[in-house]
Write a protein that binds this ligand. Structure first.
Ligand code: ATP
Ligand code: MG
Length: 388
């Protein structure tokens, strides 16, 4: 029993095997919640889980703030083709006229700084045609911006993964550009591809990494993993609100699709139906009227309407929702979420305090009774109300 998906209206659990997955649904449909349940599910199956959190939130904490984080890992991009994809998506325009100049600057360069210096030399060089100078200046501007951003935050030269655990690389809410996010995803997926097996990599906002109609620095490695990753049990789970901006091939090649509501427009709902291989008489209306946390779960053999259990909900309650006995947005259900949230806030506060006391203790400072008290309340918290 996987405990992720419950069929509507029978309430029976639906089992799938870990594989590449695509998750969609309009804002607030429940994508992030289903991603978290999937993360814990594959981890419990023995996989290493890697989440690259690229989603900037206008309100509140980053999506995966409650999971263990590892340092940002990156490798510079100095090959002309991925670098071109990167600069194009950064500039939001094609740079095909600048490409020859970029190739020249990349020759014999191993870092972005070297590439920058060579472009600088072109711009400052004496006899140079103004058109060539112009192209070099555009590239110089974009590369300078990238170098500044890379130097802003300390990164690790090693992917510090904890095997069999959930690992989050946090790129959210720090003002990173899409180009920067692509460089990190490219480096991480490249590293995972060559060194790890039994690993599932998750990322939201898939249009940044695999845009439709544009290049990106990370696209080639993502496509390679989708095509060849299964033999070494390297899987990707990608999510986005809609399908229209995401590379069609990649979505089509994801064997498992988890498609949620599209209430905004008929067009996107129709597009969603088109991506479902076994669709029977499924219509755009069905996609447009999906309830919170409900998805069409689609494999190459079948499609089922399911309710996805959030991590904070018991299997019994999830089953009741799938059977239609209680609504997912009802107060009765949402109070479980509020309870889980306040529990995890309180827990991390108490852990923090215990750690501070512990540190003070190692330095022989006077503790009075505070430490023992906090330890006591930590124990009570964990024993009394552990949600699962
Ligand atoms: N399966 C579910 N059952 C009940 N409530 C849910 C479920 N999934 C999500 N919710 C509720 O809906 C809210 C939004 O969910 P979530 O953050 O997963 O949406 P999202 O699709 O990721 O949205 P966005 O695209 O804006 O990131 C949650 O805070 C929760 O209250
Ligand atoms: Mg979300």
């Amino acid at each position: 029993m996987s405990g992720v998906f419950y069929e509507v209206p029978s309430g029976e659990t639906v089992d799938v095997k870990p594989f590449h997955m695509a998750v969609t649904g309009i804002t607030q449909h429940g994508k992030t919640e289903v991603l978290k349940t999937l993360m814990e599910w594959v981890r419990d199956k023995g996989f290493t889980v890697l989440v690259i959190d690229v989603k900037d939130k206008t309100l509140g904490d980053p999506d995966f703030a409650e999971y263990p984080h590892i340092p940002i890992y990156m490798e510079e991009v100095a090959e002309p083709l991925p670098l071109l994809g990167l600069l194009e998506s950064d500039a939001k325009m094609q740079l095909k006229f600048q490409f020859p100049e970029l190739i020249k600057a990349c020759q014999r360069s191993r870092t972005l700084v070297e590439i920058r210096d060579r472009l600088q030399a072109v711009v400052e060089g004496g006899k140079i045609h103004p058109v060539r100078k112009d192209k070099a200046e555009v590239l110089l501007l974009l590369i300078n911006r990238l170098i500044e951003e890379i130097q802003r935050v300390p990164v690790s030269g090693r992917l510090e993964l904890q095997k069999g655990m959930i690992n989050v690389i946090g790129l959210a809410n720090q003002g990173f550009s899409e180009a920067y996010k692509q460089i990190v995803v490219r480096a991480v997926i490249h590293e995972v591809r060559s060194k790890y097996s039994s690993i599932v990599t998750f990322f939201d906002e898939a249009h940044i990494q695999i845009p439709e109609g544009y290049g990106s620095a990370s696209k080639d490695w993502i496509k390679r993993t989708i095509k060849e990753g299964a033999s070494s049990r390297q899987f990707l789970v990608i999510a986005d609100q809609t399908l229209k901006d995401v590379d069609k091939d990649v979505i089509t090649q994801c064997p498992i699709k988890v498609f949620g509501g599209q209430t905004g427009g008929r067009l996107e709902a129709e597009r969603t139906v088109q991506y479902i291989p076994v669709r029977g008489d499924l219509k755009a209306e069905d996609i447009m009227t999906l309830k919170l946390g409900h998805f069409y779960l689609s494999t190459r053999e079948w499609t089922k309407l399911v309710y996805a259990r959030p991590t904070w909900l018991s299997r019994e309650e999830a089953q009741r929702i799938a059977k239609g006995e209680v609504e997912p947005d009802s107060e009765e259900i949402q109070k479980f979420r509020a309870r889980a949230l306040s529990f995890s806030k309180e827990l991390s506060q108490v852990i923090h305090e215990v750690e501070i006391y512990g540190e003070a203790k190692t330095y022989g400072e006077d503790l009075q009774s505070g430490y023992e008290e906090r330890l006591q309340s930590l124990e009570e918290l964990v024993v009394g109300v552990w949600p699962r």
